[in-house]
Design a protein around this ligand. Structure first.
Ligand code: PLP
Length: 379
């Protein structure tokens, strides 16, 4: 019997963490053993060591390890003074967590549009989203590229509002030579395993140069306990601490971050060469930005995104859509009635974006397989 639908000869993984982690195995197991034997599992020396290393890497004096990127956003916003009834400007073209953070504090996310090239907050749209209730904005360094922090910083300075960077996808990215995480009042990073600096579980960190904000964050992550007397609780806090095993792992991986990011940049150059001349609109590094390609997102013009996605799947190439539902259209937002700012770029992008498999350790043959499948689709 002949098969109608031939299975692809080879299936490419969408993501393969083993390629990053296998070379670290010995050092990681040794570090975990050390934490295990120490008995210091929470707020121990491994965490302090990692926080010191990460703050130095980002170029800020302070870093506070927390339980996730979402918590990092919530705690940083709260430590920056965001409270019930405030408005916080966020992009709609982002991961939902960016907008959940203000909601957890009783604040209202107000959605602004993004730039069609960088996919990051459009400063002109931000000015439309401002109101007397605006107390903060969250620029997202989406897919590994920084937002225009000069223009956004100027708006924030003029209006006296706080800037909390969502750097969850941008470990090691930079804007005009300064690292993501050092460009606002505070920043939130995620260590979710797929991130550029991904852990072996959940985790996050807040970076800042603002000492009072840092001290508040330390309290909020630890049930609101006083910093000098832990028996005194004078804030409503959370249990949101990065644990020692994660911290020990991340210390080791941080030593590899620049190498991994460099590999991502080289891989992006390879993709660009391989996909040149196809109708796809490829990611661009905007002037001033150092892109660390957290994921590789192309735009598929002429309404062909879903057809290309299906074709790639038939060719053994999985792909994803970041993000299919803009955050302002998520059901959870309907209950919060955010003020409406036009979002034409966000609405257009949701129909066009496609995320191709992309990760350190990917081979030239694998890039070639993707490029051939794309060309086959257009031919
Ligand atoms: C842009 C953005 N913001 C926030 C988060 C939330 O991070 P986490 O999953 O660690 O809570 C993520 C990642 O998941 C993200 O990509």
């Amino acid at each position: 019997m002949t098969r109608q639908n031939k299975a692809p000869a080879m299936k490419l993984p969408y993501f393969d963490i083993k390629r990053q982690h296998d070379p670290l195995r010995g050092a990681v197991l040794e570090a975990i053993e050390k934490v295990y034997s120490s008995g210091a599992y929470i707020l121990g020396p491994a965490l302090r060591e990692f926080e010191t290393q990460y703050a130095a890497y980002i170029g800020v004096p302070y870093a506070a390890g927390v339980a996730s990127g979402t918590d990092a956003l919530i705690l940083a916003l709260k430590a920056a003074g965001v409270k019930t009834g405030d408005e916080v400007i966020v992009p709609s073209f982002t991961f939902t967590a960016t907008a959940l953070a203000p909601l957890h504090l009783g604040a209202v996310p107000v959605f602004a549009d993004v730039d069609p090239v960088s996919f990051t907050l459009d400063p002109v749209s931000v000015t439309r989203a401002l109101s007397p209730k605006t107390t903060a904005m969250i620029p997202v360094h989406l897919f590994g590229q920084c937002a225009d922090m000069d223009a956004l910083g100027a708006i924030a300075a003029e209006k006296g509002i706080r800037v909390i960077e969502d750097a969850c996808q941008a470990h090691g990215a930079a804007w005009k030579g300064k690292k993501a995480g050092s460009l606002g009042d505070a920043a939130a990073f995620s260590f979710y395993p797929t991130k550029n600096l991904g852990g072996i579980g959940d985790g996050g960190i807040v970076t800042t140069a603002d000492e009072p904000l840092f001290r508040k964050t330390l309290q909020y992550r630890n049930l609101g306990k006083g910093l000098t007397n832990a028996m005194v609780h004078d804030e409503v806090g959370w249990t949101s601490r990065l644990d020692s095993v994660q911290a020990a792992f991340l210390s080791i991986k941080l030593g590899r971050l620049d190498v991994l990011n460099d590999e991502r940049r080289k891989l992006a150059a390879r993709f660009e060469k391989a996909l040149k001349g196809t109708p796809l609109i490829l990611p661009a590094e905007v002037p001033g930005a150092l892109h660390v390609y957290h994921i590789y997102v192309v735009r598929v013009p002429d309404g062909k995104r879903d057809a290309l996605k299906a074709h790639l799947a038939e060719e053994g190439i999985p792909s994803m859509v970041h993000y299919e539902i803009p955050v302002h259209s998520q059901p959870v937002m309907a209950r919060h009635r955010p003020r409406k700012v036009p979002l034409p770029v966000t609405e257009a992008l949701k129909e066009e974006v496609l995320t191709l498999p992309f990760y350190p350790g990917m081979t030239g043959d694998e890039v070639g397989m993707i490029a051939r499948a794309v060309r086959k689709f257009y031919n």
